[in-house]
Write a protein that binds this ligand. Structure first.
Ligand code: UDX
Length: 469
């Protein structure tokens, strides 16, 4: 059994909270610190605050035992040897990451350091942030020997963050001293040594005792760049397939076949080649902008990233054009919108292309009735119900009497709609699918006009089918 480490996690957002309960699951003793008293009280009471697989179970298992929640960063610093910083790094007006929360946390940690500590960046930060943290701590009178700063980036996807944490593709430890990298290696030993996966109550996933995750030791700067470069590469892959999907539309080819054909090349791989209405979420848009900005500040030409952003933005405009091409005019049209979250299995609407599209449709004078299985509360806070925008309680309610139905998020249940029933509910059987959840031939057979991304559109020619135009 590996030695438990006393760990503090600063920040209880997606990354911080998941890291805190997962470290407890790995056998460590954790203090999770947040300066928001209401959040701390909610977490102490067992409310996870976010929608994430396995989080309720793990929180119930460890709250107030393996994980204690508190607001006092000073107390947590004194009690722990490893302090993970997982506070927000929002996008500033210029595109680069706003590091003021990271700086504030570093100063506060410095004031409470009473022995050797390792401060670990978990938040996504630009290269050189570790240097700045180091400087801030030294400026606050702490001797260089009393601490180390390490970069240990996270590659968690929302919705599967707990599985991603406990079954990672790799663990990246960016440390410039052996003492610090030894501590991080000890923290991850239950995973890298495989011991965790032999436990009968372990969360299931792709790693096992025989196939534990590899850990990669790098310099702190390399680790910082690995995080930004990974997200930028994934966004690039998505924009690439979206650009190819536009070409497929122009050539009357099928992007799904093309994606399969290129994805079978083991050098390319099949993942992140799903075309759609563009990427969103709390990471990709912000991280691409921040990485581009890092390049600019260092005098490195990285215009490729601007193109990635441009294609992503354009994808939403093209989708609006598709809606227009199916309906001729938009003003006064009654549209069912399925999906508001930036992807399926989450209630997160940050930078959601679905929300952007609803705003664009409202600006065109459409009447929208929207439904999302998890993101409606958050969506209503951003786009309050109005004469033009209603929120429905089900797919059927959204679809009733609609001139067209738009699929904007890849929720599993949107791929399993009873098409016969849907056909009877809608005013006109027109579906514009921004996530390619259906086979066009099946839609045609079910009597729908069906437009999707990068595939030939399907329009029934039967006399008995009602058409919009
Ligand atoms: C992402 C990274 O995957 C994760 O490693 C990082 O730590 C945080 O950012 P997340 O934002 O949760 O995770 O979502 P992800 O599943 O990666 O999807 C991001 C966006 O890309 C979504 O809007 C999704 O719909 C879109 N996407 C993804 C596509 O359009 N096509 C794809 O093939 C894959």
């Amino acid at each position: 059994m590996a030695e438990p480490v006393q760990i503090a996690v600063v920040g209880s957002g997606y990354v911080g909270l998941v890291a805190a309960v997962c470290f407890a699951e790995m056998g460590h003793s954790v203090i999770c610190v947040d300066n928001d008293e209401r959040k701390v009280a909610a977490l102490q009471g067992g409310d996870t605050l976010i929608h994430e697989n396995y989080l309720p179970e793990l929180l119930e298992r460890y709250r107030n035992t393996g994980v204690r929640f508190m607001t006092d960063l000073g107390e947590a610093t004194r009690a722990c040897q490893a302090i993970f910083v997982a506070v927000g790094t929002p996008q500033s007006e210029t595109g680069d990451a706003d590091l003021s929360y990271v700086e504030a946390v570093a100063s506060e940690i410095a004031r409470s350091i009473d022995g050797y500590k390792v401060i670990i960046e978990k938040s996504t930060v630009p290269v050189y942030t570790n240097e700045w943290i180091r400087r801030v701590i030294e400026r606050n009178g702490v001797h260089r020997e009393a601490f180390d700063v390490v970069s240990n980036p996270e590659f968690l996807r929302e919705g599967t963050a707990v599985e991603d944490f406990l079954h990672p593709d790799r663990i990246v430890i960016g440390a410039d001293s052996k003492r610090a990298s030894d501590l991080l290696s000890a923290i991850y030993a239950p995973l890298t040594g495989g011991e965790y996966y032999d436990r009968p109550d372990a969360i299931a996933g792709c790693c096992s005792a025989l196939k534990p995750p590899p850990s990669l030791l790098t310099s702190t700067k390399s680790a910082e760049i690995i995080k930004h470069a990974s997200n930028a590469f994934l966004a690039l892959k998505i924009s690439f397939i979206n650009a190819v999907s536009n070409l497929c539309e122009a050539a009357d080819a099928n992007v799904e076949q093309v994606a399969q054909g290129i994805g079978l090349d083991s050098r390319i791989g099949p993942k992140f080649l799903r075309p759609g209405i563009g990427y969103g979420g709390s990471c990709f848009p912000k991280d691409i902008a921040a990485f581009r900005s890092v390049g600019e500040q260092m005098g490195v030409d990285f215009n490729l990233l601007s193109e990635v952003e441009k294609i992503n933005d354009n994808q939403k405009k093209r989708f609006l054009g598709k809606v227009r091409s199916a309906l001729w005019t938009l003003r006064g049209k009654r549209l069912a919108v399925l999906g508001l979250a930036f992807k399926g299995d989450t209630d997160d609407i940050r930078e959601s292309p679905a929300i952007d599209l609803v705003e664009m449709l409202l600006a065109e004078g459409c009447m929208v009735v929207a439904f999302d299985p998890a993101a409606m509360e958050r969506a209503q806070a951003k786009l309050p119900p109005s004469a033009q925008l209603r929120y429905a309680n089900s797919i059927d309610e959204a679809a009733a009497d609609a001139d067209a139905l738009l699929i904007l998020t890849d929720w599993r249940e949107f791929a399993r709609i009873d098409l016969m029933q849907l056909h009877t509910l809608m005013r006109y059987p027109i579906i514009i699918d921004g996530r390619n959840l259906y086979d066009p031939q099946r839609m045609l057979e079910s009597g729908f006009t069906y437009l999707s991304i990068g595939r030939p559109s399907a329009t029934p020619v039967r006399e008995d089918v009602k058409l919009a135009v």
